[in-house]
Design a protein around this ligand. Structure first.
Ligand code: M6R
Length: 365
């Protein structure tokens, strides 16, 4: 049932404040503002030397974002790879390490094969899945559930942000267990998580603005997405979302890579979506934007009030989100990224919920 929505994708985008809140509720003590991880884990966070994350598509971008969190908050080195590469690479893994698999369906063939490889290599396995009865859930030592509810749209939206909510909680829990986060730091981070559903609801208020502006994007034949830090994997996700449902060619890049190639593409016909919350690397991203502007590129800046003021340059469009702690920007900035792809596809008139050539669950390699 789509409710009042024209497509499942729209309904699922709008459900995010609620389902992210549900997912967080299984890890967060709302009163004490602390993280509660599953007890009796078969491994000790303090003894881990490395974490391996494998997944496909959107779930792999959630894994890439989680790498920034585990490394920063738990000081745990992370290797993240797309499952189809990881499964055949014969990666050497130290006995007793932890491998995490992220999957909405829990049935993705390559992710399942990566899980089996890791088991053979003596890894502890932890699955972040949305379908609790799935093969990946059944075959993993530990199951961490995302409570997104059934996701019907082929383009993943709410499953992605719920994966982020679960992975952020795990990273903070790992930091707590490893003693790399103080009680005060933990509380600050958990407080930020608790605020996230409200911030996502605020982000949904940008919908009309995004909808009217999508007419411009619908005319483009190529779109570039740029970001740094956790906004880099989010730029990959933004580009994937746009190409999946609107069939417009899009690429995501780390903003710092612009000079190393993609800048050659930029001219006045090329929209460039810049995902840049005002943070410690904002100024670096601004200098990349200046390079784009100098070549006539049309900038769509997604930022907050401080970022909008500090960027002080002409953009085709600036979308202003509330200010928020760095931890939660990937969850909240996902909303305008999804809405942009959605409304562009609606204007073009594609089959948004069932785009051509795509299956919801990829059970063959
Ligand atoms: O079910 P999974 O999370 O394992 O699926 C992984 C990918 O197939 C999936 O995220 C795909 O990239 C989506 N169509 C993205 O919108």
């Amino acid at each position: 049932d789509k409710g009042n929505h024209r497509h499942f994708m729209s309904k699922e985008i709008h459900e995010q404040p609620e389902v992210v809140s549900h997912t967080l509720a299984s890890f967060v003590d709302m009163v004490d503002e602390t993280i509660r991880l599953p007890e009796n884990l078969p491994f000790d966070w303090r003894n881990l030397r490395r974490l391996t994350i494998s997944a496909c598509g959107t779930a792999s971008f959630a894994g890439m974002i989680a790498k920034y969190w585990f490394e920063r908050y738990a000081r745990l080195p992370v290797e993240v790879d797309i499952a189809s590469e990881f499964r055949y690479r014969e990666a050497p893994l130290e006995e007793g390490g932890l491998a995490i698999f992220v999957s909405q369906s829990g049935e993705t063939a390559d992710t399942l094969a990566a899980l089996r490889y890791c088991k053979e290599q003596g890894q502890h396995t932890l699955a972040v899945v949305n379908v609790p009865t799935s093969t990946i859930a059944r075959d993993s030592d530990v199951v961490v559930r995302t409570l997104a509810g059934p996701e019907i749209g082929v383009a993943s939206t709410k499953a992605f942000t719920c994966q982020l909510a679960a992975l952020a909680s795990l990273a903070i829990g790992a930091g707590k267990a490893r003693g790399t986060l103080s009680v005060e730091q933990e509380r600050e981070l958990v407080h930020a998580l608790i605020e996230t559903p409200r911030l996502m609801a605020e982000a949904l208020h940008l919908e009309h603005e995004i909808e009217s502006f999508s007419r411009d994007l619908a005319k483009a034949s190529d779109v570039l997405y740029l970001g740094r830090g956790t906004s880099y994997p989010l730029s990959l996700e933004g580009a994937l979302k746009l190409k999946e449902i609107s069939y417009i060619h899009a690429e995501g890049y780390a903003a710092g890579e612009l000079k190393h190639g993609p800048i050659a593409l930029i001219d006045e016909t090329m929209p460039v979506v810049v995902i840049a919350p005002y943070d410690h690397i904002f100024e670096k991203t601004v200098s990349n934007m200046q390079e784009v502007a100098a070549r006539g590129g049309r900038i769509i800046l997604i930022t907050d009030a401080k970022g909008a003021a500090a960027a002080s340059m002409a953009t085709l469009k600036t979308l202003v989100l509330p200010e928020m702690p760095a931890l939660v920007t990937p969850l909240v900035y996902s909303v305008p990224i999804q809405l942009l792809a959605y409304h562009t596809a609606v204007i073009i008139g594609t089959d948004v919920d069932q785009p051509r050539n795509l299956a919801k669950s990829v059970t063959v390699e």
